[in-house]
Design a protein around this ligand. Structure first.
Ligand SMILES: [Zn+2]
Length: 232
């Protein structure tokens, strides 16, 4: 398809998962059709991620609508799931004078199969991911805190050989972290409220995206082990 070099433009998005939506406006304000939409709405739309799978349906990662559009341009889409949730307007064809339109579904499987080593990777341990895993609770006092008020506590202190891995870190408020100091929970008489764990890749996908669409959440939940830890 020959088009001019006009940038791709996002027009509307689908329905966020009602149980997972935090800080996203009602869906009705997002389905605005082709008329211009406010800057803050565009920012929200740009925050929507599409679920990327391999041809076997194995979950790879979140991708932007730009990356999804590239898959279509390369004819690399194997199959999709869900009703279109994003409409992208591209350039105008020199031959027909018509503007190209691409409707993107929420779940897109690309051609090819992922290498086994690329599946279920260990999620990168960041403070943002850690606090999300622990539901923004201090695992010593049990109180809820905002992100700036939380710290990464090493259950077995690094200075005593503890490692900086998922299984040895918890979210802790400043007070609890300083009170515990350079001691283990047993030494500090501060028992942990939960055992730290390494999230699976699917759990990490759910925890790391605040704007998951309903179709995507249903697909991801179906991939969770039956005895998986509950994710709110
Ligand atoms: Zn605390």
């Amino acid at each position: 398809m020959e088009t001019d070099r006009a940038p791709l433009r996002l027009v509307h998005t689908g329905t966020p998962d009602a149980n997972h939506r935090r800080g996203l406006d009602a869906p009705s304000t997002l389905s605005t059709g082709p008329r211009p939409i406010p800057r803050n709405a565009i920012e929200r739309l740009n925050s929507v991620r599409l679920l990327s799978l391999d041809a076997c349906g194995r979950v790879l990662d979140w991708m932007s609508w730009q990356d999804a559009a590239c898959l279509y341009a390369r004819d690399a889409v194997a199959w999709t799931l869900g009703e279109p949730c994003l409409r992208v307007h591209g350039g105008t064809s020199r031959l027909t004078g018509e503007q190209s339109v691409l409707d993107l579904p929420p779940i897109i499987a690309a051609r090819g199969h992922a290498r086994v080593s690329a599946l279920d990777p260990t999620p990168t341990l960041t403070n943002a991911a850690l606090f999300a895993r622990d539901s923004y609770l201090c695992l010593y006092c049990g109180q809820h805190f905002n992100r700036p008020q939380l710290t990464r506590d090493h259950v077995h202190p690094v200075s005593k050989g503890g490692r900086d891995i998922w299984e040895n870190v918890v979210s802790a408020c400043f007070n609890c972290n300083s009170r515990k100091g350079n001691r283990t929970p047993q030494q500090a008489h501060m028992p942990l409220l939960a055992v730290p764990f390494r999230p699976s890749w699917i759990e990490h996908m759910i925890l790391s995206n605040r704007n998951i669409l309903a179709d995507q959440m249903a697909f991801l939940r179906a991939q969770l082990p039956k005895k998986s830890r509950p994710i709110s």
